[in-house]
Structure formats: C-alpha cells, structure tokens
Design a protein around this ligand. Structure first.
Ligand SMILES: NC(=O)c1ccc[n+]([C@@H]2O[C@H](COP(=O)([O-])OP(=O)(O)OC[C@H]3O[C@@H](n4cnc5c(N)ncnc54)[C@H](O)[C@@H]3O)[C@@H](O)[C@H]2O)c1
Length: 369
C-alpha cells in the first residue's frame, strides 16, 4: 500500500477549491481531525486503509492565465472561482498549476469568465506534443490519481486527460458528465494500461439527484402512481453558467441518476434552470412530485433544497481518491465500479442502500489484504 495518495487535478475551479481547502482543513491538526471522527460532512473517516491526511496534491492543470504558474493552494482563490474562503491561513501544496491545451474546455460564452492563456492555445497539429508533455508531467510528479474537474461538455479535453492519465499509469476519476467510463475506447485504454477508471459524473454528497430519487422511490415503494415530477436547478458559479448552454450530457446523467423510477415521459429535469450570479457557489433546486394514491387521492411534494454546490462535490471526491488509490495498489485495470458515487455508472443505478453496501464491502476487502 502506498504511504500517501498523490492527487492531480484537471481544472482548478470551484470543486478544486472545496477539495484543496477541505483536505488542508481536515488534515492539519488534532482539533480538526476530531471533526472527521464526528462525521463533520465525512462519510468514511478511514477508507481502504487511508485517512484524509494521506491525500496530497502533486500536479494541477488549467488554462486560465490567472491560475497557471501559481501554487494550487493559491490558484484556488483566483476568479472566477467563488467557493467561499473557509481556510484563512496560507495553503502550500507544492503543486504548481501547469498550462493545459484548451481544446473544447472554454466555449465562446465562457471567455468573459475565463482568461485563456496563450500557452493553452494549442493548434491541432501540436496536440500530440501537448499530450506527451502532460503525460510526462503526471508521471514525473508521481501522480497516482488524476481527478477530472473540467467544465461540463469538455469532451475533447476529458478524453485528452483520460489518455494522459492512462499512459502515465495514473487512475482517472471522471467527475463530469462527459462519457469516459461509457466510452468504449477510453475504457479499453485503461484496461490495456492496467489502471483504474472511475465515473461518470459525480453524484453530489447530498444533492438534488439523491433527494429526488429517494422521494420518487418512496412513492413507488408505497404503491402510489407518479403522475408528474420535475427538478429545476439554479446556481451562480461558472458550472451553472456553462450548463445553461451545455446541459445535454448533464441532463442524461441526471435522468440516469433517478434509476428505475425515472419514467421519462412523467419526470423532467432542468440541469440549469438559470445562471443567477448572486447565488455564487450555492445551488438551489426545486423539486415537485405529484402522485395518486387510494381512490385517486392526490399527493404533492413541493420542496426547495439549498446547498453549497462544490462542498457537495468535494465530500464525494475525498472518498473516490482513496478508492482509486486502493485500485492502483491492487492493480485493478479498467472500470472500478462505484455506483454509489456517480450519477451515471456503467451499470444501471442501484438503490442507495445496495450501492453503499458495495462501498463497505470494497473497503473491507481492501483492508483485509
Ligand atoms: N456538486 C458539484 O459541484 C458537481 C457535481 C457533479 C459533477 N460536477 C462536475 O464537476 C466539474 C467541475 O465543476 P467546477 O464547479 O469545479 O467547475 P468550474 O467551472 O468552477 O472549473 C472548471 C475549471 O476548468 C478549467 N478549464 C477549462 N478548460 C480546461 C482545459 N482544457 N484544461 C484544464 N482546465 C480547463 C477552467 O479554467 C476552470 O478553472 C463540472 O463538469 C461539473 O459538472 C460538479
């Protein structure tokens, strides 16, 4: 078993900020460590033999000239990031943010938010050179787990970094709705390179997909008929700005997250019902469920959920990097199925209790060896 987990981040946006601050916060002193043991937003204080303090950051990639060249612990404060500053002290990770090729990461409508570095404007005929460079940066920094935090809809960039990770011998966690586990080519490459691949699209720690699925299942399990349901999400971070234009993959994975209860003609989801800058990194979801019970009597659930969007990602990724590292330690090749943590795993989404049981069994198996 490795002594520490060397994590690389692709995309130093709000999710990266929540992750870097959280790992620093929970790792640094005894008082904070005790919060871990009180389950202060943490599902597994110890997972697959690893603590949160075993996580370190080894490399990071971005395209924004306000982030490139900075230590990751400093770059997370750069605009347009708007996740709150929870850790007030300086964070030094020793991982410097490196320039990545922009590919399809920043469409025209995001250029007012993201300032693309000239180092990231790579012509088509230089992409292979960029791939060799990024692969070498992942390898030479000893990165064992690469986390994809790219904007939704960055299909070329997601595939680019999947290839770089596989060729460098690093696990890859695809937090985005772009298919990676669902791409036969990417899947085959990870099997061939004998490293784990995890995805696709994070299911937030406590978010609208989990809540919506749980409530729909409750109606179904009580024999009620679901006649109509919708889920509308709003937020004020760059991801929401992006989703107002590039929500297709997200809509598909959010429908998949509802599992067997999703009756597509009766359930509708708007991944981004609007970009509301004043919400910053908070997300608001409105969920309506209408059903029929005994003698056609009406049941209505009409609720609003408000969460810190990027905390919701970090609380899940902190488990996934430990699971991925266990996969690297044991030489697991190809898809490392962890449906509990993803909206669109390779197989159909199981119910939450069964998916959690699978995590516990994996944890026990990894600790038992
Ligand atoms: N709760 C959640 O926040 C949650 C849940 C599920 C999935 N996700 C997914 O996680 C991803 C990251 O979310 P976020 O809020 O951190 O996004 P973000 O927009 O804040 O950050 C994305 C970062 O990627 C950078 N980038 C753009 N193109 C790049 C390229 N080619 N190479 C390297 N970097 C590039 C941007 O400059 C930016 O810093 C999104 O795809 C989102 O859908 C988030």
């Amino acid at each position: 078993m490795a002594k520490s987990i060397r994590v690389g981040l692709v995309g130093v946006g709000n999710n990266a900020s929540a992750m870097v601050q959280g790992v620093h916060f929970y790792s640094k002193d005894e008082a904070r460590l005790s919060l871990v043991n009180q389950h202060h937003g943490i599902l597994f204080p110890r997972l697959c033999g690893y603590d949160i303090g075993d996580i370190s950051f080894s490399c990071a990639f971005d395209v924004d000239d306000r982030k490139i060249g900075l230590d990751l612990g400093e770059a997370i404060w750069s605009p347009p990031n708007n996740y709150p500053r929870v850790v007030t002290e300086e964070i030094k990770t020793k991982a410097q943010v490196m320039a990545a090729p922009v590919l399809d990461g920043v469409p025209e409508f995001l250029t007012e938010a993201i300032s693309i570095s000239s180092h990231s404007q790579v012509p088509d005929d230089a992409v292979d050179d960029a791939l060799a460079r990024c692969t070498e940066q992942i390898r030479s920094t000893g990165t064992t787990v690469l986390v994809n935090f790219l904007p939704s809809g960055s299909d070329l960039a997601t595939s680019f970094f999947a290839r770089a990770a596989a060729l460098a011998g690093s696990a890859y966690i695809n937090c985005t709705p772009t298919p990676a586990v669902h791409s036969p080519e990417i899947h085959a490459l990870f099997a061939e390179c004998r490293v784990p691949l995890l995805g696709d699209d994070l299911e937030s720690h406590f978010g609208s997909s989990l809540l919506h699925r749980t409530l729909l299942q409750a109606l179904e399990q009580r024999g009620l008929e679901i006649t109509h349901s919708h889920q509308i999400n709003m937020g004020g971070n760059t991801d929401f700005k992006n989703l107002t234009h590039r929500g297709n993959h997200k809509k598909r994975s959010k429908m998949a997250a509802l599992g067997f209860v999703a009756q597509s003609d009766r359930v509708n989801i708007l991944p981004s019902g609007g970009f509301v800058p004043g919400l910053e990194d908070r997300k608001v979801a409105y969920i309506l469920i209408e059903g029929l019970g005994w003698l056609g009597s009406h049941v209505t659930i009409d609720l609003k959920l408000q969460v810190q969007d990027s905390s919701n990602a970090a609380g899940v990724v902190v488990d996934l990097v430990r699971i991925a590292q266990a996969g690297v330690d044991r030489g697991i090749a190809g898809n490392l199925a962890m449906p509990y943590y993803f909206k669109r795993p390779l197989s159909a989404k199981p119910n939450t209790a069964d998916a959690l049981q699978a995590v516990r069994e994996f944890d026990q198996a990894m600790r038992g060896q």
